[in-house]
Design a protein around this ligand. Sequence first.
Ligand code: GAL
Length: 657
Amino acid sequence: MQLGVCYYPEQWPRTMWADDAKRMVELGITHVRIAEFAWSRMEPRAGEYVWNWLDEAVETLASAGLKIVLGTPTASPPKWLIDAHPDVLPVRADGTTWNFGSRRHYDIASDTYRRECLRIVDVMAARYGRHPSVIAWQTDNELGCHETVPSYSKAALQRFHGWLAKRYETIGQLNEAWGNVFWSMEYASFDAIELPNLTPTDANPIHLLDFRRFMSDEVASFHREQIDVLRRHAPDADMLHNFMGFFTTFDHYDFSADNAIDVAAWDSYPIARTESIALPEEQKARYARTAHPDVSAFDHDRYRGVGRGRFWVMEQQAGPVNWAPWNPVPAPGMVRLWAYEAFAHGAELVSYFRWRQCPYAQEQMHSGLNLPNNELSPGGMEVRRAAAEIAASDALSTLPAASPASVAVVFDYETQWMFEIQRHGKSFDYQTLAFDYYEALRELGLDVDIVSSKADLSAYRLVVVPSLAVVDHALVQQIERSHAQWVFGPRTGSKTREFAIPSNLAPGALQTVLPLQVLEVESLRASLQPSTSINGVDGIAIHWREHLRANGDAQVDAQFDDGWPAVIRQGTLRYVGAWLAHPLHRALLEQAALDAGLRVQALPEGLRTRRRGNVTFAFNFGPTGVDAPSPADASFVLGARRLNTGDVCAWIDNAAG
Ligand code: GAL
């Protein structure tokens, strides 16, 4: 459990650096990330490199004993580069071009820009790659942030043509797969295809989907090109990228395949995230100062999977931020709690953003561990406390790696894209549905792994698939071999890879193991409320409902008031034909977990637990004090059973050994 911080030496006088480094170490910080926005200082004019300042910064931090994460500076190309190559600026869906003057103003498909990036990364990595204190490299910064993944430039179009030609081989096969006979959309050659923007009404959904697949691959290859250069110069360092919370614009499993990263790092801003996602207003109000109890955990569990077990928090909220609709000060204790929460979910490092609040420019309203006048901020004091606690405790400083959970939630990026392209009802959002299932599992005291549909699922006892647009043969085989309980949500198996309805109707290939068919689907305005009951819990369908027909031996487990099945089951497999209101999801998952032989423990509202090895952590996100569900003979290694708002405790379960 190590603590880090993000630091921008280029924003402060050199005379402050040594004292900054000393104070970081005194605070208990071991890692520092630098340089990811400093291109204009590394290369103030084309080809003129100035490294003395970065040499000095690296030496200052290293000689204080800090481990350094170096960021490549490609998220902020300097003005001279844009002036020399204006085609590097990205083109938006409405055909306009973004300007210089903030960050991420580049087209990820631009060959010119990729060449410039590889040049600066090569020079930088050659200089610092073998420095013993530079232990990790981060590519760019938050790829895709500020909606910068899709680019509608000429460069993107050209690369898209190549991508399509590789996927479909002949234009005839593309026309067939896309169904281009519809509305006379047939093309005579790959070159004739345009990008799917600026059409009077919807573009063909498969055109949109293939463009999203292509752009996702562009993000991965942009990162991969840098990684190949970095690994040559820094063979022993960890390679990473800092991903974002609730972010689905590219496929993170594809991105990370083939050792493209060693660690999945992500940036955690729980309060700002709670403000900006689709949550009921009363929950936003309830958790305004603590963040929703599952909002960080969801991404901790997701990125642990993306990183094949290894993950870091590269940027952790340390106080009020500047970019959400409202930016309250966190409740006392939260800055400390978020670090323990990340560690409980298996993080190796939690690094706070940022060392000191910058009094000028875009982020002057964003807090750090120090106020602009260099006094330790309230967040900074909490970090000092956490660092001291960890250092003083053998149990906390030697936690084992997170072991696999018994419950898996399958998350699929393409499903998000497909249902964004064709929502069918404006309130249908796949990630929100996945989060609702996740939340229900966590309320039942269960630890969860979030995994790809291609992961090996054989060790899980309960597998929850909130939805999965395309069910392929490989997954069906996994289900056939599995002894787990499975729950499939609505719209599972509703599409083919080519974005069409399966010829045997939804749920497509899933019918091999779970014989049912979806006859019709409907999206629900708030006034349409089909109701049902699951294990004595009454509730309604919201957003979405399907008309299901049970075939073969499949049984109707729950029914709506108008007679349509709500849940169809065969053996260990359940299909849910609606987006159920939360209490129904919870009742359903509780039953499935009990059928899987799992121990379920309904937690008080706002309380969450997470096990790492033989240590169980409990966190109180709620507005009132609660007791942690610790056994009578628990030995506490942190805090105590009674938890006020923002409190955390951890114990070793003696009975569990
Ligand atoms: C992140 C970004 C940082 C900083 C931070 C502010 O998205 O990586 O550079 O802008 O947000 O919260």
